[in-house]
Design a protein around this ligand. Structure first.
Ligand SMILES: [Zn+2]
Ligand SMILES: [Zn+2]
Length: 592
């Protein structure tokens, strides 16, 4: 991003600029909407925000008025004045203005810290600063959006309205930023999801619960099908386990004590069931169903398991953050000697699969335990040493760039995380490989060793795609809804120019279906140009006119490239088949 200025003083200057603009926003809002209470207003990446407690919802026309008032305040070139006041003085000022949130913040200022106010004109804010000299220094900004935000991020607190703005010291940088935001909006998976009829979420039927429409369900099925084949090739076995289990299972696994807040708990008669928030206990049940020998290990159980988690409504976001989702989950049970090879092959699988979907840019984190600071971890220090060393060694051996995150490990084991990085630098959680020293001990997950003694198995939890919902959302945004041929829910549209070609067009459609393609025939009585525009996201359009019918050929249009010429249907089929089989992500036209 353009604002990532390496020079620290420049960056500080930009932060002051953005934060000072937030003061001007708050001033303008209070002038236009008397009685509005202020929350906080920090600088953020690309701009700033300010939180307001205000009964009516801010609208687009309010934005116009607020921006206008902000420009007036800026034109007055009011100096930002710093003053240190007593607590009583500050309390008197904010009480007089009914600023209850500021009073709350004031009460949290530590005793040994002075209370600092900043004023410009009649506006006063509790703030440590720093700010630019005067409002006249500001002016390159734009209000961009409004969203709900809980006071102090706590859902038990009132929901405030957060107005976001972009601000830069350079007009061209602001324009470039706004252009990127517009571009990102066009790729927003919620918008494309509706346009391409992929999925919907109905708040009335349940927030965070995804309805996959035919196109989306097809896309999900293609991904799952690919996933299964890749796993079977690598010695995984498929499981299918129940969606609910009695509380006792979750008490035994420990979820009931530390994950209860996120679980849907169902009373049934005198019993209590839990809708599974994770697949682990189910997979462990299968492992524990009989005595295991070292000869059977490693065992790799995989399941596309649908789980449900009570996420707070404020955190839900399209398919990125949902309450019901399918995890491409697997659990590997192995001996300590097998850990390195197993982790290595999971890393290979993750790199391979994510690359096939076009995610070549990945962030990799290795989360380690800060054992100097934390004492509540499970497992022997030597086991931790060895395991952390193994994970590090695996990543180094593959020459992967990764960050070591000391103190980020779970209490039960170290892990490796892969993040998908999109063209805007946004990160989404991808694969996770987690070692677990807790559950094998807690649940006696044993095997009979070569010497006949009982040993605890080593447990590895892992997902490659993570939640399919989140993965598909990232996929939609990464390709802007123009899916590669092998993934496209509909791959080819057959477009006859007039009625006379319908019969031949139907035959072309049938031949393509026979060849295994996902095809639609658009024989509506519409102009050809209209039909082409309607199917602009499809990889191939086959146009059939009088000449094609007479010659038994098809005229081929490739997405983003346009006409690539007329060819015999067989010729087209073998070309397209090769592209799909190779799982080509970008054709030349996509890279334009
Ligand atoms: Zn300030
Ligand atoms: Zn697990």
């Amino acid at each position: 991003m353009r604002d990532e200025i390496s020079n620290k003083s420049d960056r500080l200057g930009l932060e002051e600029y953005r934060h000072s603009t937030a003061h001007v926003l708050a001033d303008a809002v209070k002038q236009l909407f008397p009685g509005t209470k202020l929350g906080i207003g920090p600088a953020i990446k690309n701009g700033f925000y300010y939180d307001f407690d205000q009964e009516s919802r801010f609208s687009d026309s309010d934005f116009v008025a607020i921006e206008k008032r902000m420009r007036e305040i800026i034109a007055k070139d009011l100096p930002f004045e710093r003053s240190v006041v007593s607590r009583e003085e500050a309390r008197r000022i904010f009480e007089a203005q009914g600023e209850s949130y500021k009073l709350e913040l004031l009460s949290k200022v530590p005793d040994d810290e002075e209370v600092v106010l900043y004023r410009h004109g009649d506006f006063v804010d509790l703030c440590r600063g720093p700010h630019v000299e005067s409002t006249g220094r500001l002016g390159v900004f734009k209000l961009t959006s409004v969203a709900g935000a809980y006071w102090l991020g706590d859902e038990h607190n009132p929901m405030l309205q957060r107005i976001y703005g972009a601000a830069f010291t350079d007009e061209r940088e602001l324009e470039e930023h706004l252009r990127l935001v517009e571009e990102a909006k066009k790729r927003d998976h919620r918008i494309l999801g509706r346009q391409l009829d992929l999925f919907s979420i109905d708040e009335e039927a349940g927030a965070g619960l995804v309805y996959w429409h035919p196109n989306g369900a097809m896309l999900k099925h293609i991904i799952e099908d690919f996933w299964l084949k890749e796993h079977l090739k690598r010695g995984y076995e498929l499981l299918s386990t129940p969606h609910i289990a009695k509380s006792s299972l979750w008490h035994a696994s420990g979820h009931y004590s530390y994950y209860k807040e996120n679980m849907y708990i169902l009373p049934v008669g005198n019993e209590e069931y839990v809708l599974k928030p994770m697949n682990c206990p189910m997979h462990l049940q299968v492992y524990r169903s009989r005595v295991r020998s070292y000869r059977e290990l490693p065992i790799r159980y995989a399941e596309l398991g649908t789980v449900y988690r009570r996420e707070r409504s404020g955190t839900l976001h399209g398919m990125f953050r949902v309450r019901g989702f399918t995890q491409d989950d697997a659990h590997i049970f192995c001996t300590p000697e097998q850990v390195e090879a197993e982790v290595g092959s999971v890393v290979d699988l993750a790199l391979h699969m994510l690359k096939v979907f076009g995610f070549e840019q990945l962030g990799i984190d290795l989360s380690l335990m800060d054992r100097g600071k934390r004492q509540d971890y499970i497992g022997d220090p030597e086991v931790w040493d060895r395991s952390e060393a193994i994970l590090r060694k695996v990543l180094q051996a593959k020459s992967l760039d990764f960050r070591e995150m000391l103190g980020e490990a779970a209490f039960y084991g170290p892990k490796i995380d892969f993040q998908l990085v999109d063209i805007y630098g946004h990160k989404q959680q991808g694969a996770t490989i987690q070692l677990d020293f807790n559950l094998p001990k807690r649940l006696d997950l044993d095997y009979i060793g070569s010497d006949g003694s009982e040993q605890h198995v080593v447990l590895i939890h892992r997902t490659i795609l993570g939640a399919l919902e989140r993965f598909v959302a990232a996929l939609i945004e990464s390709c802007g809804g123009a899916f590669p041929l092998w993934l496209s829910p509909k791959q080819i549209a057959v477009l006859p120019i007039t009625d006379t070609q319908h019969e031949f067009a139907s035959k072309v459609r049938d031949d393509l279906l026979d060849a295994g393609f996902r095809v639609l025939l658009d024989d509506r009585n519409e102009k050809l140009g209209f039909k082409i525009r309607e199917h602009t996201k499809l990889p191939y359009l086959l146009i059939i006119g009088k000449r094609e019918q007479a010659e038994g050929s098809v005229s081929v249009r490739r997405r983003f490239e346009g006409q690539i010429g007329a060819m015999k249907l067989d010729e087209f089929i073998s070309m397209a088949r090769e592209e799909a089989q190779k799982r080509v992500i970008f054709t030349e036209g996509d890279r334009r």
